[in-house]
Design a protein around this ligand. Structure first.
Ligand code: THU
Length: 156
């Protein structure tokens, strides 16, 4: 038997420690939470994707009475960016979430389906995408989507 272990590297920043362009991306994600359509969960999520040409695409979670038909903010933003600029690499994504008490203190993590979609984008462009997860206490940062989905299903 062979045992293997996978470690997930990530950094924890204070908001003020982020580079100005990343602060801007985080602000865009926070701003997007206002456009969330989430009458069922009342949980508002915003995402902002930075492309290698400097364009920023944003999205928010869009729910539906038939629950699985809604979509998370991350997929709305990333698929929107990919559909508008299929030739441009996404280089970073920022995610912010708020409930009735305001922005979450500890960052939320993308769901499994979003991780799979984000990973496919990373692999499609063969270029790592940085992730910034906003919380009022701390911003978690990962350098690649693969850190969110080790041992992923990637091809058949
Ligand atoms: N949601 C997102 O938009 N992104 C995440 O990373 C986690 C969850 C949405 C889905 C649903 O509209 C609401 O948050 C509650 O789960």
């Amino acid at each position: 038997m062979i045992e293997r272990e996978i470690t997930v590297p990530f950094s924890i920043f204070r908001y003020e420690e982020l580079e100005p362009n990343i602060q801007k991306l985080v602000e865009k994600a926070k701003e997007q939470t206002k456009k969330s359509y989430s009458p069922y969960s009342k949980f508002c999520v915003g995402a902002a994707v930075l492309l290698d040409n400097g364009e920023i695409f944003t999205g928010s979670n869009q729910e539906n009475v038939a629950y699985p038909s809604g979509l998370c903010a991350e997929r709305v933003a990333m698929l929107y960016a990919n559909s508008q600029f299929p030739e441009n690499k996404p280089v970073a994504i920022a995610i912010a979430a708020k409930n009735d008490d305001g922005f979450v203190e500890k960052p939320i993590m993308p769901c499994g389906a979003c991780r799979q979609v984000l990973l496919e984008t990373e692999m499609r462009f063969d270029s790592k995408i940085s992730v910034y997860l906003f919380g009022t206490e701390a911003v978690y940062s990962l350098k690649s989507i693969i850190s969110l989905l080790p041992l992923a299903f990637t091809s058949f």
